[in-house]
Design a protein. Structure first.
Lengths: 333, 333
């Protein structure tokens, strides 16, 4: 899946800084990754790690401070005006709160048609056909529900409507930001399966941002783990979950609660909380909570390096494949 | 049965609303032993929070009808006045709510909020209460407790606020702690810290705990028994392992199978149940799960099944067409 020759999306050294001077916060502090066409990249991390800001920066909802974002070979950070508007049709974003992302004063069928109206790309019966197809696709009966308002729907149904709207312009890249975290488990499963189906049908490429590790693994081909604005590990999902190389990933997975009484997680629990992004630690940003940190971690920032094919980790002392202890000597650049 | 701290018998909580009567809790019976942790799981609207608030005697007095019996340490809660309940809150029963920010007073220093309980309920003087509050903050793992005593809730992170709420709830060493989604808004690593803390404190203070959650992962390893609720009723109850591996009620299975698991390979298709939890104001006389159940028959729509014992002691389920007892879901060990 990771066809490095022609990634659909290629992000290089992306930073997003809010504020200026002493009060500036780099929510995203120089991250690079690629997503191949048809691939799903999961982005996990705790709150405040910059995962949502990354998604918004890709959509240029917030302005990137530096770095490049290439979509289909075109750097969208340089685009302005009409060219940017054009580029945006190829990517869409779905948000966490399905109810507040829908206009409460518009009917469902008009909400779904909004992108078509904005672009005047389909009118009359063509517009209606597209809307009906999309609503059917996401499991909302257009005859029964098309004329209703968002308030008449549950969270899961509103999320379906958001998904239908996001597909109206046939985007290539879909950015899903915590799209199932507000939903009940039975409804969450429906939406996850729906996304998988639509991805296959529409040939979508997904960036799936979520804090729930089980959900992310379920939908992703590869997973990137963020901590305090940086990517600390990225690799194929099964490999990353099986043998995490970054201590933070290991702790994160260790803290994930499995719905299985036989899986006891009691043991190593990460202590403390992430430091303030206003004043990130020198060197490796995880070192203040890392049990394996040394002086090297404080002085030198580890770069992302490949530990196995397609598996990159930013750590001076990556965990061995046994996943229990750090390798004896640092891997030096 | 003399060791039972809590005995809930045929409890009904009905709200009178503009849309008619809503039976949020529709006949719930269970008991809880001293120093036991029981988990209550269910989706939103299943009545788990209303049940908890009824046990606390926290329901509003108007437009709510509570029938049945809640014996807490031998004393009846149903029908008790607020004045009577004031004597029992904090010392007999305490509650930790989901959102720590709304359970704390934003313009009051956190120390004050803890020692308020101590002064009012235990009649401690200011100095003793302050010392005890700092002790409690240290007990719940608040770093530099003495310093944080003077902090306002907004100066703390979500995890730290939840620790303050727990410290307040435990200030008078209650016999029963009801934790309603205590970790839902928190990050996974913080969630693990808080759940471990609750576990430790339960042993230390010899409390009984009711852990309410929608997340089966939270209750899998931390409870001795699990109660599964659907539409205001208990649909299955039993020892934690029995509910996970020998469940008989199709809804329990659906709940377990629709949650993604970290141990599953990525792109595992989730087994979903159609539809969503029912509207409590339009419940029929039949099984509330019948409209979503694949094995539902005519009888299920007409007649509500009562709780029947399964083979294992203490394991009960409500279903006309239970999953076969041979259909065991024992995990390979």
């Amino acid at each position: 899946m990771t066809d490095a020759a022609s990634p659909l999306l290629s992000v290089r050294n992306l930073t997003v800084t809010f504020g200026s001077g002493a009060h500036s916060v780099s929510a995203v502090a120089g991250i690079s990754f690629e997503i191949a066409e048809g691939e799903t990249l999961g982005l996990v991390g705790e709150s405040g790690c910059g995962k949502s800001t990354t998604g918004k920066a890709l959509m240029k909802i917030v302005a990137p401070s530096s770095g490049t974002i290439e979509l289909d070979g075109v750097d969208i950070t340089r685009l302005r005006g009409r060219a940017l508007r054009n580029a945006r049709t190829r990517m869409q974003m779905i948000f966490q709160d399905p109810i507040s992302s829908l206009n409460p004063r518009r009917r469902v069928r008009d909400i779904v048609a909004e992108p078509l109206d904005a672009w005047k790309s389909a009118t009359g019966s063509a517009r209606e056909t597209i809307v009906r197809t999309l609503l059917n696709e996401v499991g909302i009966d257009p005859d029964v529900y098309g004329a209703r308002y968002p308030r008449e729907f549950s969270g899961g149904q509103c999320q379906r409507i958001s998904i239908a709207r996001s597909l109206a312009m046939r985007p290539k890249l879909l950015i899903c930001d915590e799209v199932v975290s507000a939903l009940d488990v039975s409804v969450q499963a429906q939406i996850l399966n729906l996304l998988e189906d639509l991805k296959a049908e529409y040939g979508l490429t997904l960036l799936f941002i979520a804090h729930d590790l089980a959900v992310v693994k379920n939908v992703s081909d590869r997973v990137a783990v963020m901590y305090l604005g940086k990517i600390c590990e990225i690799g194929p999902s099964d490999v990353l979950y099986e043998a995490p190389a970054h201590p933070y990933t290991k702790f994160l997975l260790g803290a994930a609660l499995e719905a299985d009484p036989d899986v006891t997680v009691r043991g190593e629990v990460l202590q403390g909380e992430p430091p303030s992004p206003l004043d990130p630690p020198s060197g490796c940003r995880f070192r203040t909570r890392c049990p394996f940190a040394t002086d090297l971690c404080a002085s030198d920032e580890p770069a992302l390096r490949e530990v196995a094919p397609g598996h990159h980790v930013a750590c001076h002392f990556p965990l061995t494949t046994l996943g229990s202890s750090p390798s004896p000597s640092p891997i030096l650049g | 049965m003399s060791t039972q701290l809590l005995v809930v018998d045929d409890l009904h909580t009905t709200f009178r609303t503009a849309a008619g009567l809503v039976a949020a809790v529709g006949g719930v019976s269970f008991d809880l032993a001293t120093n036991e942790t029981v988990g209550i799981v269910g989706e939103s609207g299943s009545g788990k929070t209303v049940l908890a608030r009824t046990i606390m005697g926290l329901q509003p007095r108007s437009n709510v009808e509570v029938r049945g019996s809640v014996l807490l340490d031998g004393h009846q809660v149903v029908g008790a006045s607020e004045r009577e309940m004031r004597e029992r809150w904090a010392t007999d029963v305490s509650m930790v709510f989901q959102d720590p920010m709304t359970s704390l007073n934003p313009v009051m220093r956190i120390g004050r909020q803890i020692d308020e309980t101590l002064r009012v309920r235990l009649g401690m003087d200011k100095r003793a209460a302050r010392a005890r509050a700092i002790e409690l903050l240290a007990m719940v793992g608040m770093p530099s407790a003495e310093h944080r005593y003077r902090a306002y809730p907004t100066q703390l992170s979500g995890g730290m606020r939840q620790r303050v709420v727990i410290a307040t709830a435990l200030a008078c060493s209650p016999k029963l702690l009801i934790a309603d989604e205590p970790t839902t808004g928190l990050d996974v690593t913080i969630q693990a810290q808080i759940l471990n803390l609750l576990d430790d404190l339960k042993e230390q203070l010899h409390m009984s705990v009711i852990l309410i959650t929608h997340d089966l992962g939270v209750v899998a390893t931390r409870t001795s028994r699990i109660i599964v609720m659907y539409a205001g009723r208990i649909v299955e109850m039993g020892a934690t392992r029995d509910v996970f591996f020998r469940h008989r009620m199709p809804y329990t299975r659906a709940l377990l199978e629709s949650s993604p698991k970290v141990s599953n390979p990525s792109h595992t298709r989730l087994r979903v149940i159609p539809g969503r939890p029912p509207n409590l104001s339009t419940l029929t006389s039949g099984c509330a799960f019948a409209p979503r159940c694949s094995s539902a028959s005519e009888r299920c729509h007409q007649e509500r099944p009562s709780l029947e014992p399964a083979e294992e002691p203490g394991h009960v389920f409500a279903c006309w067409h239970p999953l076969a007892a041979t259909e065991l879901h024992e995990a390979p060990r």
